[in-house]
Design a protein around this ligand. Structure first.
Ligand code: AMP
Ligand code: MG
Length: 487
C-alpha cells in the first residue's frame, strides 16, 4: 500500500492573503536567539495532521519560534480596529503573524498563528514580544476552556526565545503558537468599515461567510444573516462562560471572534465565590467586563458589528438600521432563555416550568450573600454533600435544597437529572491560586506542576480526589488577585 505523503508535510494555505491588500501586511516573524520548546500539544498536533512533528524536535523548535517558515505559509499580520473599553482605535496584529491555514486530515481549516513573534507595522510602541509567563498562562487556560467543552482558540506550543522582555522589569520571552477557526474579529469589520471601501467590506463579508457560515451564502440578505449567526454563536459562548464561572476580562470588540471562539487570554480568570461583580483585570477599574456584565457587553459589541455591516445590509441606510436593530433587539430574550436553560441543566432540572426561574434566582442570591464557591455548590448538590461555610448551615438554604429535591430529584428521574448535572458542572477549573503556583514554577524551569495541572484540567468532569474538588480556596487570595493584558 502507498503511504500518504501528505501525512509528513504541512498542509498550509493562506486564503486570508487573497483578501484586498488593506486587510494585512506581509510580515515574517522576527527570528529569536535561542529557541527551546517549553510545551508542545501532541494531541492537537495529531488532530491537525501535524503529528509528524512530535518526532521532529529540531523542526518544531524552528517552526514554532518563527525561525523557520513551513512550506505553504505566507506569513502576515492582520489589520483590525476595535473598541477598547468603549473607545474606537486602530489596532492590528502588533505581535503576531498568521502563517496560514493548516488543513487537517478531516478537511477542516485551522489558522496557525505565532504570538510574540516580533514587531509588525501595527506594533505602535510595542516590542512585538510576549513573556513566557503570559504565553504559558494562555496555553493552560485555553486548553482548559477547550476541555470544558467551550469553543476556543487553542495552543499548540510555547517556545522560549532565550531573549529577555522588558515589562517594568526583565522577564523571559516566549512565542505561543495558537490555532483558531479564524482570527476574524468584530474589529476586522470595524476596520473595513472605517478604513476600507464598501468593496473591501463586501469582500471581507463574503470571505467570512464562506469560511464560517457557508449555509447562509445563498440567502436573500447574507450580511444580515451573518449578524444573526454571529449573535447566536456569541450568546452560546457567553452562556458557556457563565456556566463555568469564566471571566474573559477584556471583551473589547477586537477580542470578539466572528467564529464564536473564546479568544485573547490576557486578563481572564475564573470566579471562586459567586459574585456577578467579580473583576480581576487590573485595568478594568469600573468593572465593565465583570462576570455578570458579559452578556451586556456581548450585545454592545454585536451592535458595533451591526454598525459596521450597515452599508451591505441595505443601500438604504434607514432600512439597514431598522433591520439590524431588529436583530440586536432579539439578543436579550434569546440570551435569557439560553442562560436559564443552562442553569436548569446545572441543577438537573429536566422539565422546567416558569416557577423554576425563582429557584435559580433564589439560589444565586443566597450564594452571593454567603460568598459561596460557584463551582463547589453545584458539585455539592450533585453529590448530596454539605460544604463548610455559612451557606449550608442556613435555614433558608436548607429550605431551598428541600424544595429542589422534592421537585427535581424524585426517584423516577433522579438518574437522568444527575447525568445532566454531571455533564454541565465541572469538578475542577483552573483556580487562580493553582494557576499562579504552577506558572511561578514553570518560569523557573520546573514544568512538572504545570503539566500535572494541565493533565487534571484536561478531564474536568471526571472524579478527582475530594481534596482537589472541595479544597479550601485560600482565604483572601481573590481580594488581592490581579490579572494583566498584553504582557
Ligand atoms: P490585547 O490586549 O492582547 O488584545 O492587545 C491589544 C493590541 O495591542 C493588539 O493590537 C496587540 O497586537 C497589541 N499589542 C499587545 N502587546 C503588544 C506588544 N508587546 N507589542 C506590540 N503590540 C502589542
Ligand atoms: Mg487582543
Amino acid at each position: 500500500m502507498l503511504t500518504n505523503i501528505g501525512k509528513h508535510n504541512w498542509q498550509l494555505e493562506n486564503t486570508y492573503a487573497r483578501l484586498p491588500a488593506v486587510f494585512f501586511s506581509l510580515q515574517r516573524p522576527v527570528p529569536v536567539a535561542k529557541p527551546e520548546i517549553v510545551c508542545f500539544n501532541e494531541r492537537l498536533a495529531n488532530d491537525l495532521g501535524l503529528g509528524f512533528l512530535n518526532h521532529e524536535k529540531e523542526n518544531s523548535v524552528g517552526y514554532f519560534s518563527g525561525n523557520k517558515i513551513p512550506d505553504g505559509a505566507e506569513p502576515l499580520a492582520q489589520a483590525y480596529a476595535g473598541h477598547q473599553f468603549g473607545h474606537f482605535t486602530m489596532l492590528g496584529d502588533g505581535r503576531a503573524v498568521l502563517l496560514g491555514e493548516q488543513i487537517a486530515p478531516t478537511g477542516k481549516r485551522f489558522d496557525v498563528q505565532l504570538k510574540g513573534s516580533g514587531q509588525t507595522p501595527y506594533s505602535r510602541r510595542g516590542d512585538g514580544r510576549a513573556t513566557l509567563y503570559s504565553m504559558l498562562r494562555e496555553y493552560l487556560i485555553s486548553e482548559s476552556i477547550h476541555h470544558l467543552g467551550i469553543p476556543t482558540t487553542r495552543s499548540l506550543s510555547v517556545v522560549s526565545t532565550g531573549e529577555q522582555v522588558f515589562r517594568g522589569e526583565m522577564h523571559k520571552g516566549a512565542v505561543l503558537t495558537r490555532t483558531a477557526d479564524s482570527h476574524i474579529r468584530v474589529g476586522t469589520f470595524e476596520y473595513a468599515r472605517n478604513f476600507g471601501s464598501t468593496e473591501d467590506l463586501q469582500a471581507l463579508t463574503t470571505y467570512t461567510i464562506q469560511r464560517h457560515y457557508p449555509e447562509i451564502i445563498h440567502t436573500d440578505n447574507p450580511a444580515l444573516e451573518l449578524l444573526k449567526a454571529v449573535m447566536h454563536k456569541q450568546i452560546d459562548l457567553v452562556v458557556h462562560w457563565m456556566r463555568v464561572g469564566f471571566i474573559h476580562g477584556v471583551m473589547n470588540t477586537d477580542n470578539m471572534s466572528i467564529g464564536g471562539e473564546t479568544i485573547d487570554y490576557g486578563p481572564c480568570a475564573f470566579m471562586n465565590s459567586y459574585n456577578p461583580r467579580t473583576v480581576f483585570s487590573s485595568i478594568d477599574t469600573r468593572g465593565r467586563y465583570a462576570f455578570g456584565n458579559q452578556s451586556y457587553i456581548a450585545q454592545w459589541n454585536l451592535a458595533v458589528f451591526a454598525g459596521a455591516l450597515l452599508p451591505i445590509i441595505s443601500e438604504n441606510q434607514e432600512k439597514a438600521v431598522g433591520l439590524a436593530q431588529e436583530v440586536i433587539a432579539g439578543f436579550r430574550d434569546r440570551f435569557t432563555e439560553k442562560w436559564y436553560a443552562m442553569m436548569y441543566g446545572k441543577l438537573g432540572i429536566l422539565h422546567p416550568d416558569d416557577k423554576d426561574k425563582d429557584l435559580v434566582d433564589g439560589l444565586l442570591s443566597l450564594m452571593e450573600t454567603h460568598r459561596a464557591d460557584y463551582t463547589q455548590v453545584f458539585l455539592a448538590l450533585q453529590q448530596n454533600k454539605e460544604l463548610d461555610g455559612s451557606l449550608f448551615r442556613l435555614e433558608e438554604f436548607r429550605g431551598w435544597v428541600e424544595k429542589w429535591k422534592n421537585t427535581h430529584q424524585k426517584d423516577e428521574h433522579k438518574a437522568a437529572s444527575l447525568a445532566l448535572m454531571h455533564k454541565l458542572n465541572p469538578k475542577v477549573i483552573p483556580r487562580n491560586h493553582w494557576v499562579e503556583d504552577v506558572l511561578e514554577a514553570a518560569v523557573e524551569g520546573n514544568m512538572t506542576p504545570f503539566n500535572q495541572l494541565l493533565n487534571t484540567l484536561s478531564k474536568p468532569y471526571d472524579d478527582h480526589p475530594d481534596g482537589l474538588q472541595f479544597q479550601r480556596i485560600p482565604e483572601g487570595f481573590d481580594a488581592g488577585y490581579q490579572t494583566f493584558c498584553g504582557t
